[in-house]
Design a protein around this ligand. Structure first.
Ligand code: FES
Length: 162
């Protein structure tokens, strides 16, 4: 693709004019990459009483611990830990990479990457665990669960900033 062709496709946009084709393409690729959250399977580094410790996510993504039934998600400058089970009837939730949302395979409830409810039979957002940033780690309190409909302020605050 020549710059002439790209300019025609771009319609002479300001970003293209200011930064040139190569930088525009690099920024566009970064923007797309920032939206797509990759999924990884993880295990806790340590389990002490009710506390599960994980490496603090270095990049945005969805991290699933099947053993402890915890989902850690880093997105939008925040890190959350969710219960793996759907708040409707406890079916294990899945990450839909194509649509970038959590989905329940049983009755198809859908949730945003921050656990907010989108649609479906569930009546609340994904349940969040209490979390804290501890050095290079994320500590998840498996005994402290916030349900959005019972304690919205607690649920909303169950996050740590990156
Ligand atoms: S169990 Fe998830 S929507 Fe019913």
């Amino acid at each position: 693709m020549t710059d002439e062709i790209f300019s025609a496709d771009c319609g002479g946009c300001e970003l293209m004019k200011q930064h040139g084709r190569r930088e525009f393409l690099r920024n566009a690729a970064l923007a797309v990459g920032a939206l797509a959250l990759p999924v990884h399977f993880i295990e806790a580094i340590t389990l002490r009483d009710e506390l599960a410790t994980y490496p603090f996510p270095a990049t945005d993504g969805v991290f699933i611990d099947k053993n402890k039934e915890v989902i850690v998600a880093r997105t939008g400058g925040q890190v959350y830990a969710f219960m793996l089970s759907c708040p409707h009837q406890n079916t294990a939730l899945r990450w839909n990479s194509k649509d970038q949302k959590f989905q329940c395979p049983k009755h198809h409830s859908q949730y945003k990457p921050d656990g907010s409810f989108i649609d479906g039979r569930a009546t609340r957002a994904m349940d969040r665990f209490a979390v804290k940033h501890d050095g290079a780690n994320l500590v998840v309190n498996l005994d402290k669960v916030f349900e959005d409909d019972r304690d919205h302020a607690g649920w909303k605050g169950a996050a740590v900033a990156v």
